[in-house]
Design a protein around this ligand. Structure first.
Ligand SMILES: NC(=O)c1ccc[n+]([C@@H]2O[C@H](COP(=O)([O-])OP(=O)(O)OC[C@H]3O[C@@H](n4cnc5c(N)ncnc54)[C@H](OP(=O)(O)O)[C@@H]3O)[C@@H](O)[C@H]2O)c1
Length: 294
């Protein structure tokens, strides 16, 4: 199969975007920064597609601060749904395949087993609703699209709108000897961005259009994820267990939203390794960066 090139990535400075840039090393790649191409600016996006003629546009942008989305649903819909819809329409008109990212938060967490691509969404939050709206809007522009649902993404970078990712933040708190309080009753599939990027690249190279769940394999709670990181990093902080009170909180979140994929294997694409392997790679990179700075 001929390689899909050139590849264009919007949101390339983010956790997943940067990991995709690395995964596509050596390939023809366009990665305009946010200041040059805003996904909400349809005219700028159309001009970019006309000038650069990518074979696929990969959208890694999002407004994904879940609390802020609840407070500002119009912004959540502008970035996560309406801009995604417009981008998909422009790509369809220009015969450019379109890939966009979604989330485990499209599910309500009530199923009691990991969600596959065949399970029905039922988002609880403005963020999840806006991402599901983005999915539905994309699907109506024809089959040449990919929707990749991720969960608990982390990398060395952290996110621009949330700051350090959870694991980096709790490791730093533990290193400073600060008290920690971590949620125990919320289960998900932590996903190391470089592992997700490899799967996404392979799915696009295989032209495996459709909706795919892309996470590290397995599931854990935020508390146990942090405990695994502390144990591997040689830290033993005191940690108070919290229960996320779904119904007392301003934002309802799924309490059990691990993702599993049936579609990737059917398309001959190997999934990401376990979350423990993802965590170990993250920690090895972190230790190497610290040693280089010392
Ligand atoms: N992080 C998670 O835990 C998680 C979980 C499930 C799904 N996802 C989904 O995965 C995708 C990638 O997430 P991530 O963690 O990599 O996010 P991230 O690190 O916050 O990166 C977002 C990127 O989008 C850019 N951006 C934001 N608004 C933009 C706009 N209007 N126009 C152009 N660029 C814009 C940001 O640039 P600036 O920094 O310059 O603004 C940044 O490069 C998102 O769709 C997200 O919803 C994430």
């Amino acid at each position: 199969m001929a390689p899909i090139e050139p590849i264009a990535i919007v949101g390339a400075s983010g956790q997943l975007g940067a990991a995709l840039v690395a995964a596509y090393a050596g390939r023809a790649l366009l990665a305009p920064p946010h200041r040059e191409l805003d996904i909400e600016d349809g005219a700028a996006l159309e001009a970019f597609l006309t000038a650069s003629r990518p074979a696929v546009l990969i959208n890694c942008t999002a407004f994904h601060n879940v609390d802020e989305c609840e407070r500002l649903p119009e912004r959540a819909f502008a970035v996560n749904a309406l801009a995604v819809d417009r981008a998909a329409a422009l790509c369809a008109a220009a015969r450019v395949a379109f890939a966009t990212m979604s989330t485990d938060y499209v599910f309500d967490g009530a199923l009691g087993r990991p969600y596959t691509e065949a399970d029905a969404p039922n988002p609880l939050s403005a963020y999840g609703i806006s991402k599901l709206a983005g999915e539905l809007l994309v699907r109506r522009h024809g089959p040449a699209h990919y929707i990749f649902r991720l969960s608990g993404v982390y990398s060395a970078l952290g996110t621009s709108n949330k700051g350090y990712t959870f694991v980096e933040r709790v490791l730093q708190q533990a290193e400073r000897g600060e008290p920690l309080r971590i949620v125990r009753n919320m289960t998900f599939s932590p996903t190391f961005a470089p592992h997700a990027a490899r799967v996404i690249r392979d799915a696009i190279d295989a032209r495996a259009y459709g909706t795919h769940h892309v996470t590290n394999a397995g599931a854990t709670t935020w508390y146990d994820f942090a405990a695994a990181a502390f144990a591997r990093a040689g830290l033993a902080p005191a940690v108070e267990e919290l229960q996320y009170d779904n119904y007392g909180s301003a934002v309802k979140r799924p309490l059990y939203s691990p993702l599993a994929s049936t579609t990737l294997a059917a398309a001959g694409i190997s999934g990401a390794p376990t979350w423990e392997i993802g965590l170990e790679e993250f920690l090895a990179g972190r230790a190497a960066r610290k040693a280089a700075l010392a």
